[in-house]
Design a protein around this ligand. Structure first.
Ligand SMILES: CCCCCCCC(=O)SCCNC(=O)CCNC(=O)[C@H](O)C(C)(C)COP(=O)(O)OP(=O)(O)OC[C@H]1O[C@@H](n2cnc3c(N)ncnc32)[C@H](O)[C@@H]1OP(=O)(O)O
Length: 189
């Protein structure tokens, strides 16, 4: 459903505050855009240390896998690798002032990622079609640049009302399940 064709009977998201502009989030000292869960700590809990966009449109990220994301002995949990690729690839449009959300993400796990060792992610936009943004990237071990993982996926450009639309959708789900619960209780009485 496009935002223009939003036909539910809830209060229009344009009637309410969309909150702070998510296209310009708070950043860590290394310039890393911080998600909601990391803003209070002012540091990325996934271990991103810095991010930058170069003049060719490639985004570069420095990071280390924190010890508390250990899966097998001394190596990252696969969920960490997938999360980091989701995060870094999604930051490529954000570094260009575009908010987007992940619609699809495929991850290739090439080698285990060692805990607390410097790694780098490099990512770029491959192409755009409508609101779809196709992004790919890879994670390498420093300093030798052996490839550890690759990711590619589709992000959808959104405007700043995206999360307000979701809150309205969630309220509708809650009211529907509340109504269903009342009907069920009456049917059982
Ligand atoms: C640092 C702080 C930044 C914070 C940013 C945080 C970013 C995130 O949280 S990402 C989190 C994980 N992802 C999500 O939560 C997304 C959940 N999914 C959604 O919200 C919706 O399914 C969404 C937005 C992807 C698509 O919504 P939908 O109502 O289908 O949108 P709709 O307007 O119909 O379609 C838009 C476009 O998306 C395309 N599309 C929709 N779903 C998919 C999909 N799964 N795969 C590929 N393309 C898709 C449609 O084809 C359409 O393309 P086009 O504009 O070219 O015609």
């Amino acid at each position: 459903m496009s935002q223009d064709s939003h036909k539910c009977h809830c209060k229009s998201p344009t009637d309410r505050s969309a909150g702070p502009d998510v296209r310009d989030p708070p950043r860590s000292d290394g310039g890393v855009a911080l998600c909601g869960a990391c803003r209070d700590k002012k540091t990325c809990r996934l271990g991103l240390i810095s991010e930058r966009l170069d003049e060719t449109g490639t985004a570069w990220f420095e990071l280390r896998c924190p010890k508390d994301h250990e899966g097998g002995p001394n190596v990252a949990h696969g969920g960490w690798t997938a999360s980091v690729l989701d995060e870094c690839l999604g930051h490529v449009p954000l570094l260009q002032g575009v908010l987007s959300v992940t619609a699809e993400l495929a991850v290739s796990f090439i080698k285990p990622v060692p805990i607390e060792r410097p790694v780098e992610v490099r990512a770029r936009i491959e192409r755009r079609e409508g609101s779809r943004i196709y992004i790919s990237g890879e994670m390498v071990l420093l300093p030798g640049r052996a490839v550890l993982a690759r990711g590619k996926g589709t992000w959808i450009a959104r405007d700043r009302t995206h999360f307000a639309h979701f809150e309205n959708w969630l309220a509708e789900q809650d009211s529907m399940s509340g109504a269903n619960q009342v009907a069920l209780t009456k049917a059982r009485a």
